[in-house]
Write a protein that binds this ligand. Sequence first.
Ligand code: FNR
Length: 179
Amino acid sequence: MKIVGLIGSLRAGSLTRQMMETLPELAPAGMEITIAQIDHLPFYNEDLKADGTPEDPRGLADAIAAADGLIVGSPEYNRSTPAVIKNAIDWVSKEPDRPLSGKPTLIATQSPGALGGILSNYHLRQVLSVTGAELITGPEIAIIRSGEKVETGKIVDADTRDFLAGQLERLAEAIRRKG
Ligand code: FNR
């Protein structure tokens, strides 16, 4: 079961990246999570598609199309979703083969603050719902005080790790249901 992960933060010490890089060790057997690069994508511009979709956004669309599922991990910027992740979704959403349509998708936000990026989480739900992505609903992954839960690049907090493992299992179940 192949999963593509997107990360809505570009900085090296990103807490979102640390959260996402913890997931492979919590994933159910047979689930393989690969992080896709989105930092090199140009800002969405229809004019750039005059001779077809440029290689980088099309490569991302291909990676998502070939995957069984998607995990979108993101921080919250000014009570919304950072531009970098919105831009990646915008590019993929306009591809004619609709790689996001029907794709089992888990949304995970974090914040060093007390709200876990929940407004970013819900903006991602709003944006992804129109792409036809099959969103995993139920308890949201919105990790609060994330800075206190990581050590040497991974989430170490036991309750958070258990919760994330359970959510990955729910993603796996959604993929199995599709057959
Ligand atoms: C933030 N941050 C933030 N945090 C939050 O919980 N709600 C918010 O609305 C915002 N707004 C915001 C705007 C901008 C422009 C920045 C740069 C930051 C703080 C943010 O959660 C914190 O910097 C995280 O560590 C960012 O995630 P990464 O880069 O660690 O993954």
